[in-house]
Ligand binder design. Structure first.
Ligand code: AMP
Ligand code: ZN
Length: 116
């Protein structure tokens, strides 16, 4: 369920502090420590899953919960109507650095495409 060495498991449990903006039984969301936009929130499942590649049937429902939380947080951050981006990096080529599944919610500025 939790990985003792995982930073985001420790944030989920409260062992490590974070600037939390939303949480429920399944999901925790907190502000990124190195924000890339005026709103930059990370949304994680409480259940430890390292990458998208590691999702099993029983865990794929967590993905829905991450997106539901993203929509709620976008509204409370006041960026829902202007627009925002959600991104999930998987492994090295995408730049994943923390190996506990997380959805980036970015907004409050104009996004460019393609991403870097
Ligand atoms: P990724 O590169 O997709 O794995 O994203 C990991 C994100 O976690 C980066 O944007 C980091 O800035 C962020 N991060 C790392 N440590 C912390 C922390 N203690 N609290 C909040 N965000 C963090
Ligand atoms: Zn974890």
């Amino acid at each position: 369920m939790a990985d003792a060495d995982c930073l985001f498991c420790k944030i989920s449990s409260g062992e490590i502090a974070a600037d939390r903006v939303f949480e429920n039984d399944s999901v925790v969301a907190f502000r990124d420590i190195n924000p890339q936009a005026p709103t930059h929130v990370l949304i994680i499942p409480r259940r430890h899953v390292a990458t998208i590649n590691d999702l099993t049937d029983g865990e794929s429902g967590d993905i829905n919960l991450l997106f539901e939380a993203a929509a709620i947080i976008a509204r409370t951050e006041g960026i829902a109507e202007d627009g925002y981006r959600v991104t999930m990096n998987c492994n090295a080529a995408a730049g994943q650095t923390v190996f506990h599944l997380h959805l980036h919610l970015l907004g409050g500025r104009q996004m460019t495409w393609p991403p870097g």
